[in-house]
Design a protein around this ligand. Structure first.
Ligand SMILES: CCCCCCCCCC/C=C/CC(=O)SCCNC(=O)CCNC(=O)[C@H](O)C(C)(C)COP(=O)(O)OP(=O)(O)OC[C@H]1O[C@@H](n2cnc3c(N)ncnc32)[C@H](O)[C@@H]1OP(=O)(O)O
Length: 286
């Protein structure tokens, strides 16, 4: 099978005052084809590639986790998280993972998602989400885990729309949301399952910049990441943790409980019925 992990090497110069030369030696052979990793000068680009919509299946979640681990192993200082699927950042959790699941897979799915969130939200690396398409629910969560969000203008929307599916954003999704846009906006948007246009998202602070096209957004994402990378790494990371550590600790201490809550909730008849109807409505569209 052709490897979709693209990896270009060049003579990287250090971007960080505090770092030694950033040279990422990615082990492309062991990485999944669902995520494309590209080495740039002193940082990496992590591009999700699971057409058509980058839905977060168990395999996709694990591929993202492995990619981050690979970057950490190689002492990468920062990355841009984006999508290689035109018009879509990520459609969020793969709903088929939650619909009529086996208990074993459902548990592995959720546990892998917890791991990915802990890894991404607590990452020592600086990160910028280059949101080049729709980012509902889990897609929005991935973007919020980054240190900065640059969105391409257009028809795409971003937000936590869980209630529209008859499900409830877990407490750590909510914590991430509150840490990003504040309590009042979160309370309203979570209940309504609001999806925001890029300009609306900018207004409430869900994204930091909106650019007219992917090229302009890419350039801004790169310069934004470089700005983060110029700050002494330890000071930057510890400052980020001042905001994030309570939420991270909460999930770390309640992982098992959260897993059981999810499994019990997701397998109720009402939720299964709702997910079935939602999947049908997505299929009917086509
Ligand atoms: C007491 C309370 C305790 C709480 C305990 C926890 C509770 C559980 C919480 C679970 C958290 C979930 C978070 C999530 O992420 S849920 C997923 C939410 N995502 C969505 O709602 C997005 C749905 N998709 C869309 O809106 C659109 O697809 C799009 C992203 C806007 C793109 O539109 P576009 O027109 O380009 O593409 P299509 O709609 O035609 O889709 C193409 C095919 O992809 C399939 N698809 C789309 N999204 C998903 C998905 N999320 N999962 C699986 N499959 C998806 C779609 O069906 C099409 O398939 P087809 O070609 O076979 O028809």
């Amino acid at each position: 099978m052709m490897s979709l992990v693209t990896f270009t090497r060049n003579n990287a110069l250090p971007l960080l005052r505090t770092s030694i030369t950033v040279r990422i030696q990615l082990n492309s052979a062991s990485l999944s084809s669902l995520v494309r990793l590209e080495e740039k000068q002193g940082y990496a680009v992590v591009a999700m590639h699971k057409p058509p919509v980058n839905s977060l299946s168990l395999e996709m979640i694990q591929a993202l986790s492995e990619s981050l681990s690979e970057l950490e192993k190689n002492k990468c200082k920062g990355f841009i998280l984006t999508s290689a699927c035109p018009g879509i950042f990520s459609a969020g959790l793969d709903i088929r993972e939650m619909y009529q699941p086996t208990e074993e897979r459902l548990k592995e799915f959720w546990s892998s998602l917890q791991t990915l969130w802990l890894q991404l939200y607590g990452s020592k690396m600086a990160s910028v989400a280059l949101i080049n398409g729709h980012a509902p629910a889990g897609g929005c969560l991935l973007a919020m885990c980054c240190d900065s969000r640059i969105m391409v203008n257009g028809k795409s929307k971003i937000g936590l729309n869980e209630t529209k599916l008859g499900i409830v954003a877990p407490f750590w999704f909510k914590d991430t949301f509150v840490n990003t846009i504040g309590v009042r906006q979160s309370e309203r948007a979570l209940q309504l399952g609001s999806l925001f246009t890029p300009d609306e998202a900018l207004k409430i602070g869900l994204v930091d910049r909106v650019l007219p096209d992917p090229e302009a957004a890419t350039a801004v994402a790169e310069s934004e990441l470089k700005e983060f990378l110029q700050i002494p790494a330890m000071a930057r990371y510890l400052s980020k943790m001042r905001i994030r550590e309570a939420a991270l600790k909460d999930l770390l201490e309640n992982r098992e409980k959260d897993l059981n809550t999810f499994v019990n909730f997701a397998t109720t008849d009402a939720v299964q019925k709702g997910l079935g109807i939602y999947l049908q409505s997505l299929a009917k569209k086509n």
